[in-house]
Design a protein around this ligand. Structure first.
Ligand code: IPD
Ligand code: CA
Ligand code: CA
Length: 258
């Protein structure tokens, strides 16, 4: 059952990815601003989303679909779809973006698929069966000390998080080697899962940003919580994930007052 779901999710991600790739660097698409000037949606996001919804709902008509560019209902079992994670990158012609499709059942992360049509990297995982990049099994790095770690983070559109974000960046730069930022939370999760980065944190995310990445991270051996160290929750929208040897240390430097 999960293999069939995963195969259909991959087919949907690849078909949507082909649509994104066709328009990448053309600027031949309408762009609309959402919550603020960096939060954009394009016609291509919407077309990619239609492609995904058609494929998923044809094959699995009973499973609700929660997708970024449509009105949603709440459900404990659902597909979570971000047709284009990294829209700002896409608009500027920076090829770090992905289609992200997660499947959660009774609130438990079960399947994650993240596809970058430019690099042709397909990250996927099924709960209990490991995480993969294309056909190769992936695992988090074995880095267990912040001093030897390279971290990744992102910038919430809701700028009221900025004081916390800046403080966290300062703490991380004072303790780790350095920090990078891609502008695609789905890919940031995947690059921790495959061991390039050793930890990732961000505030203010939506369920479709993380639903797929969480499964891939967990199956690759990462520890995933919120930024206070409590259980991760899709509805809360903040994440801290890292290698098992690093998670505690990273969490500790972010604790208020440290
Ligand atoms: C955004 C990206 C970005 C993160 C934002 C997300 P979008 O998704 O994942 O990295 O910092 O908070 O909303 O808008 O490109 O789908
Ligand atoms: Ca997103
Ligand atoms: Ca999006």
């Amino acid at each position: 059952m999960y293999t069939k779901l995963k195969d259909v999710m991959i087919e949907a991600a690849k078909r949507a990815g082909a649509e994104l790739k066709e328009y990448f660097k053309t600027r031949e698409f309408k762009v609309t601003q959402k919550s603020m000037n960096a939060d954009l949606v394009t016609e291509v996001d919407k077309r990619a989303q239609d492609i995904i919804i058609k494929i998923l709902s044809d094959k699995f008509p009973k499973i609700p679909i929660i997708a970024e560019e449509k009105k949603n209902i709440e459900a404990d079992t659902a597909f979570y779809v971000d047709p284009l994670d990294g829209t700002l990158n896409f608009v500027h012609g920076f090829g770090m973006f992905a289609v992200s499709i997660g499947y959660w059942e009774d609130n438990i992360p079960k399947i994650g698929v993240v596809y970058n049509p430019i690099s042709k990297e397909l990250f996927w995982a099924i709960k209990g069966e490991g995480a993969y990049l294309n056909n190769k099994k992936i695992h988090v790095s074995d880095i267990s000390s912040l001093r030897e770690s390279m971290l990744i983070t992102g910038w919430p559109y809701d700028r009221s998080y900025l004081p916390k974000v800046i403080k966290s960046v300062e703490k991380a730069l004072n303790n780790a080697q350095e920090i990078r930022s891609f502008g695609s939370s789905a890919l940031e999760c995947c690059y921790v899962a495959e061991g390039t980065f050793d930890g990732y944190w961000e505030w203010g995310l939506s369920p479709w940003d993380l639903a797929a990445g969480i499964v891939i991270l967990q199956e690759a051996g990462a520890i995933v919580t919120d930024i206070e160290g409590a259980d991760f929750s899709l509805s809360k929208g903040d994440i801290l994930c890292a290698t098992p040897g690093l998670h505690k240390e990273l969490l500790a430097i972010f604790k208020v007052g440290k």
